[in-house]
Ligand binder design. Structure first.
Ligand SMILES: [Zn+2]
Length: 247
């Protein structure tokens, strides 16, 4: 395969631009904002579930409170009814009077106990309410943070995309200077060898695989015509000679 020395140099320029594009794509994929957004979205999902659970608890306690209040009302009306009977003067038997009096006393005790229950449920309801409020605040904060992060991510991506666009334009210009068959080989090698298809031979070492070439290979490259496209025997990448190749 043949390519003028100038075209071979352009292959190295092309490699640098392609490596820049790879680095930009990697940076875009691994923006710290992306991991933070993922973490925040997960915690927002958890918060949503926690809010539903806390709201359900409030609803349950509401029902419990109403039930306890009804119990209090029931006991109170019964005591009132008893009191009216006493006040009416219609009950005359001493035994009945004493029974009614005893019932009123026991109903009052019962009412006191039930009122304690109401107070206790109200306290729990207040706590549950506060929990819903705290969770909603937390969710609002997380959503705000998410919005800010998304904006930062978009800005970072835009700047990467702008840089990539400029790099791609430069790449198109450089690629035009490389013969098609060399370009095709370069692309194939790039796909095969982690994005690096062409490397400089620098002081006897291939900059693609970082290995020093042996004397036989160096002699072979030294003997090759300057428009011959040579390859590294170790990694098979295209090797481009420069004045610093050590030949
Ligand atoms: Zn190599």
């Amino acid at each position: 395969m043949k390519a003028a020395p100038h075209a071979q140099q352009r292959l190295i320029d092309l490699q640098e631009l392609d490596s820049s594009l790879d680095r930009l794509a990697h940076r875009r994929r691994t923006l710290p904002e992306l991991a933070e957004i993922e973490r925040l979205e997960a915690s927002l999902t958890e918060l949503r579930d926690a809010i539903v659970a806390a709201e359900t608890a409030v609803g349950d306690l509401d029902r419990e409170q109403r039930k306890a209040e009804q119990d209090v009302d029931q006991v109170r009306s019964r005591a009132e009814r008893d009191q009216k009977r006493l006040d009416s003067g219609q009950v005359t038997s001493a035994k009945d009077l004493s029974n009614i009096q005893n019932e009123i006393t026991s109903l009052q005790r019962r009412q006191g106990d039930l009122e304690e229950v109401v107070l206790e449920v109200m306290e729990r309801r207040e706590e549950a309410d506060a929990r819903v409020g705290a969770l909603r605040d937390e969710r609002a904060k997380a959503q705000e943070e998410l919005t800010a992060l998304a904006a930062r991510r978009d800005e970072a991506q835009r700047s990467i995309d702008d840089e990539a666009e400029m790099t791609r334009k430069a790449r198109a210009g450089v690629a035009g200077d490389v013969p098609d068959d060399v370009l095709a080989l370069y692309e194939k090698l790039r796909a095969q060898f982690g994005g690096v298809g062409a490397a400089v031979l620098h002081r006897g070492s291939c900059q693609g695989c970082r290995l020093a070439l042996n004397t036989v290979d160096l002699n072979r490259i030294r003997a090759a015509a300057e428009d011959e496209v040579v390859r590294c025997e170790e990694c098979r990448r295209i090797l481009v000679r420069t004045p610093e190749s050590g030949l």
